[in-house]
Ligand binder design. Structure first.
Ligand SMILES: [Fe+2]
Length: 411
């Protein structure tokens, strides 16, 4: 996220005396990436953000990672997993490798304060609305939003329901998330080991989105004033922050609330981008998945399949050809619309499919013929392609459809 932003009060020159009305100095914090060599922001706290008063190890849940053996395509019916918990500790891990962990959550409670020190997180809201509160301020998010939370951002997630979710008019979303799901938040969490952002080919040498990019700066939304500027002190027990480090979890307790920021500026902050703002690239014949790419991460990419005109060659076959992704595992999170290429496979909103390297996949029987002459599709889906094999976690085993692998052989 290379675009400069300033919210609240900051001094005219960095690293100079910046005083509160009572004459005391504000505490400057630099949050930066890649060893002072990449994006950073400067935050100004009322009180030092360093005042640790306690730290305890937290036992991370065993997600039971196991190889996908025998090697099979999978259909995970994530909508069958129960709702509950919060968007941080209530996640059910589905698939993971050393680069990325994919989880789902249907939170019903606000989370505690949380900071992922191992990598960036992309939280995609399939349904519902939620508020991201962080040291950078408030970001109201709704169905269709990808919410990018940079490594090290102290934040919490608050599910919103009904009138709490705002008017829904600011991001062009076609789905306010208050439909058949009654406002229930359903989210996919893409937790990277490292940093995510737009593909480099979309950007100029100085980081501006180029004309061929399917989205640009105007489509990205970040926290704005007013800041939370929490003045609460932690009391005897301190303010708890759950920290995910590369080796596990730690619960910190701080003397001062980390949301006591009165201003910040820089190029590193949480932001949201609605999938409904992604402008699809179409062609006379079938376009390959890279035209749908939305984000790049270390060892994986994220693509958006959105409603669009279909291929317009007079003899076009709009349904994808069979394909062998020999260097990647392919995950699709089906969000809305009619998934015609998966006809007869039981795929629905909330389904996750895994088509691993080594398995040649394509449309289900009858899908190709049924697609001929079609001029548009209303499908909405998020795809994650990983370059290393994905392991199955307990959440995948809990909602695995045992019949899916055999659906291509049905006539
Ligand atoms: Fe595919």
């Amino acid at each position: 996220m290379p675009h400069y932003r300033q919210v609240g009060e900051v001094p005219p020159k960095r690293h100079t005396q910046f005083r509160a009305p009572d004459g005391g100095l504000y505490a400057e914090e630099l949050m930066g990436t890649d060893g002072f060599s990449s994006a950073s922001s400067l935050l100004y706290h009322r009180r030092p953000p360093t005042a640790l008063v306690g730290a305890e190890p937290v036992t991370a849940p065993d997600v039971g990672l196991a190889p996908n053996e025998p090697l099979l395509p999978r259909h995970l019916r994530t909508a069958s997993l129960p709702a509950g918990g919060d968007l941080v500790t209530g996640r059910r891990a589905l698939l993971a490798n050393d680069d990325v962990t994919l989880s789902v959550a249907r939170p019903t409670q606000p989370s505690g304060l949380y900071r992922n020190a191992a990598g960036d997180e992309i939280v995609y809201l399939r349904t519902g609305a939620a508020r991201l509160e962080s040291s950078f301020g408030v970001l109201d998010c709704r169905a269709g939003d990808y919410v990018v939370v940079p490594t090290g951002t102290t934040h919490r997630w608050i599910p919103l329901r009904g009138d709490d979710s705002g008017d829904g008019s600011d991001n062009g979303s076609a789905d306010s998330g208050r439909g058949a799901d009654g406002g229930q938040v359903a989210a996919l969490v893409i937790a990277a080991r490292g940093h995510v952002g737009p593909p480099e080919r979309y950007l100029s040498a100085t980081g501006q989105f180029l004309e061929h990019s399917p989205y640009c700066e105007r489509d990205l939304h970040a926290p704005a004033a007013p800041l939370l500027a929490e003045a609460d002190e932690g009391g005897a027990d301190g303010v708890e922050v759950l920290v995910r480090q590369r080796t596990g979890l730690t619960r910190y307790r701080y003397a001062h609330h980390p949301f006591d920021v009165i201003g910040w500026d820089g190029c590193l902050y949480p932001y949201r981008f609605s999938i409904h703002e992604f402008e699809p690239v179409t062609g006379r014949v079938h376009q390959p998945p890279p035209v749908h790419q939305t984000f790049a991460g270390p060892g994986f990419v994220v693509c958006s399949f959105v409603p669009r005109k279909l291929d317009y060659h007079p003899r076009a076959v709009p349904t994808p050809y069979n394909h062998a992704n020999v260097d990647s595992d392919e995950v699709l999170y089906y969000c809305a619309g009619d998934f015609t290429s998966r006809k007869g496979a039981g795929i629905g909103a909330g389904s996750v499919s895994l088509h691993p390297a080594g398995f040649v996949h394509g449309p289900q029987p009858g899908s190709v013929e049924a697609s001929l002459g079609a001029e548009s599709t209303d499908e909405l889906a998020v795809m994650i392609d990983t370059f290393a094999p994905l392991l199955l976690a307990e959440g995948a085993r809990a909602c695995d459809d045992p019949d899916y692998a055999w659906t291509w052989a049905r006539t």
